[in-house]
Design a protein around this ligand. Structure first.
Ligand SMILES: [Zn+2]
Ligand SMILES: [Zn+2]
Length: 465
C-alpha cells in the first residue's frame, strides 16, 4: 500500500496544525488549526497544495484552536468530506469557533486568502457542530472511498477494509489519537497527547502494538521536565499560602479549554486537603461553557474521579465588564481566568495590569508562553524594573512564580511510546525545531532502523507499508 503524507500547516512549529494522508487512494485531512500568532496566509492550513488529490474524510483530534480554528476555511474548501470527531469535541466546536470569530473581528485579517473569511461569520456558528459524525473511543469506524465525487481512479485502489479508531489522548476532554488501519497496516497520529494523568483526566490509552507509521507531537521534545506533578502542586500550595499570609490575592492565567478546568480541580483539592487557606475562587471568560461540557461527560469519558462535577466546586464567575471592581482586590482570593498567555485585551491581561501594581499580590504563570505574547514578557520581567508588555511600558511590583502543569507528554514518555511501537516510518510534528531535532537524535541513537522525517510544509512524502 502506498501512503502519502503532506503537512498543510504546523510543520516545524505549533501553528495551523493540519496533516494530509493519502492511504492508497483514500484522502484524509487530520485537523485544521489556526496559527496562534500569524494572520497572513500561514494563519490557515494551505489546502491549495493538495491540488487535485482526493479528500474523503476530515478528522478532528481535539478542539484547541491550533487544531480547530481553521475548520471553517477547511469546510468551505472541502464541503464533501466526511467530518469525524469525538462527542465532547463536537460539543466544543461551536464554543471554540465563536471565540475564533471574535478574534478575527478584533485583529487585522486582510492578508488571509481571498474568501477565507466567508465562513467566519456569527451566522455560520450553528452550522459547524452538526456536520460532524461523533464517535466513541476504541470503536473502529469503517471509512468508504466514494468515487462519485472524486473520479474513479481513487476508488479503484483504495483499501476496502479501511477503519479509523479514536484512542483517548488524555490531553483535554474529547482529545484523541487517530489509528488508521487497512490491509493489515497501522498508521497512528497522536494529536496532542498526555500519557500521565492530570487532575481530571486519566492519561492516554494508546495502542502499544507495532505501527507501520507514527506521526507524533513533540511539544516537550526538547525539555527534560524539572519538576514532577506532585512537586508542582506543592509549590503552587506554598505560593498561594505565602500570598494569602501577606493579605494578597493570586492570579492564575489559564487557557479556557483544559487548563482552567484542571487548575480548578487542583486548587479545589488543595483547599479540601487544607494545604491552602479557605479563600474564595473566582473564574470567568469563556471557560464557563467549557466547564459545563466537562461536567456533561463526567461519567462518559475516562476520568480520574468518574462522576466528579466541576460545578460542585464553590466558586464565583466574574463578568468582563465588572471584573475590575472584583472582590478579589479587597480580600485574599484566587482568580483562575483566561487567557493563558495574557493575550492583549483578555481578562487575565486586564487583571494583570492592576495586579502588577499591588506589592502583596501574586501571579502564577501556569504554562507555555510563546515569545511574542504579553505572558512571555511578564514571565521574564524583574520585580520593580520597567519592561514592555504589549507595547506598553510597565513595572511589576507584585510577586511572580512559574508553574508547569503541562497537558503534553514529557520527552521521556514520547520516546517510550516510539520505542514501544517501533514504527517503520516516524514523523515528528507539532514542535519547534529544537524539540523535533532533539527527538530525532534520541530515536536515531536507540533505533537506527526507524525512518525518521521532520516534515516540511507543503512537501509530499511517499512510502510503502
Ligand atoms: Zn491541544
Ligand atoms: Zn496543539
Amino acid at each position: 500500500m502506498t501512503i502519502e503524507l503532506m503537512m498543510l500547516g504546523g510543520a516545524g512549529e505549533i501553528g495551523a496544525n493540519s496533516c494530509y494522508l493519502n492511504i492508497n487512494g483514500h484522502g484524509m485531512v487530520i485537523d485544521a488549526g489556526l496559527h496562534p500568532r500569524r494572520r497572513d496566509r500561514a494563519a490557515l492550513p494551505e489546502v491549495e497544495v493538495l491540488g487535485d488529490r482526493p479528500v474523503h474524510s476530515f478528522v478532528l483530534t481535539h478542539a484547541h484552536t491550533d487544531h480547530l480554528g481553521g475548520f471553517p476555511y477547511m469546510l468551505k474548501s472541502l464541503p464533501h468530506a466526511r467530518m469525524i470527531t469525538t462527542r465532547p469535541t463536537r460539543d466544543l466546536v461551536e464554543i471554540m469557533l465563536r471565540n475564533t470569530i471574535k478574534l478575527f473581528n478584533l485583529e487585522p485579517t486582510t492578508q488571509l486568502p481571498s474568501g477565507a473569511l466567508e465562513y467566519y461569520a456569527p451566522a455560520m456558528l450553528d452550522k459547524f457542530s452538526p456536520v460532524f459524525d461523533a464517535v466513541l473511543y476504541n470503536e473502529p469506524v469503517a471509512l468508504s472511498t466514494d468515487d462519485t465525487q472524486y473520479g474513479s481512479s481513487a476508488a479503484l485502489t483504495a483499501p476496502k477494509d479501511l477503519t479509523l479508531t479514536f484512542h483517548d489522548a488524555g490531553h483535554i476532554i474529547g482529545s484523541a489519537g487517530v489509528l488508521v488501519e487497512a490491509n493489515g497496516a497501522a498508521i497512528m497520529h497522536t494529536g496532542d497527547v498526555k500519557f500521565s494523568p492530570q487532575a481530571l483526566l486519566k492519561g492516554a490509552s494508546f495502542p502499544k502494538h507495532h505501527l507501520d507509521c507514527l506521526i507524533i507531537e513533540c511539544t516537550n521534545g526538547a525539555e527534560e521536565n524539572p519538576h514532577g506533578y506532585e512537586e508542582e502542586k506543592t509549590r503552587l500550595a506554598e505560593f498561594i499560602t505565602h500570598i494569602y499570609n501577606q493579605n494578597g490575592s493570586v492570579l492564575l492565567p489559564t487557557f479556557a479549554l483544559g487548563k482552567t478546568q484542571e487548575v480548578l480541580k487542583i486548587v479545589h483539592e488543595l483547599r479540601q486537603a487544607e494545604r491552602i487557606p479557605k479563600m474564595p475562587i473566582f473564574t470567568g471568560g469563556m471557560s464557563k461553557r467549557i466547564t459545563k461540557i466537562y461536567d456533561r461527560y463526567a461519567e462518559a469519558v475516562p476520568r480520574q474521579e468518574p462522576g466528579f462535577l466541576l460545578k460542585s466546586i464553590p466558586l464565583t464567575y466574574v463578568k468582563y465588564e465588572t471584573m475590575m471592581s472584583g472582590k478579589f482586590f479587597n480580600e485574599p482570593s484566587i482568580v483562575i481566568i483566561s487567557s493563558g498567555m495574557l493575550n492583549e485585551g483578555s481578562p487575565s491581561y486586564q487583571l494583570a495590569q492592576r495586579w502588577m501594581t499591588i506589592r502583596n499580590f501574586g501571579i502564577g504563570v501556569m504554562g507555555y508562553q510563546d515569545s511574542s505574547t504579553p505572558g512571555y514578557a511578564l514571565l521574564h520581567s524583574e520585580r520593580d524594573v520597567e519592561f514592555t508588555m504589549a507595547n506598553k511600558t510597565v513595572i511589576r511590583a507584585c510577586e511572580l512564580e512559574r508553574f508547569r502543569f503541562s497537558a503534553h507528554a514529557r520527552r521521556d514518555e514520547l520516546l517510550d511510546y516510539i520505542f514501544a511501537t517501533k514504527p517503520n516510518h516516524l514523523f515528528l510534528v507539532h514542535g519547534d525545531p529544537a524539540a523535533t531535532e532533539s527527538m530525532r537524535s534520541a530515536v536515531e541513537a536507540n533505533f537506527p532502523d526507524i525512518n525518521i522525517t521532520i516534515p516540511q510544509h507543503g512537501e509530499s512524502y511517499q512510502f510503502e507499508v
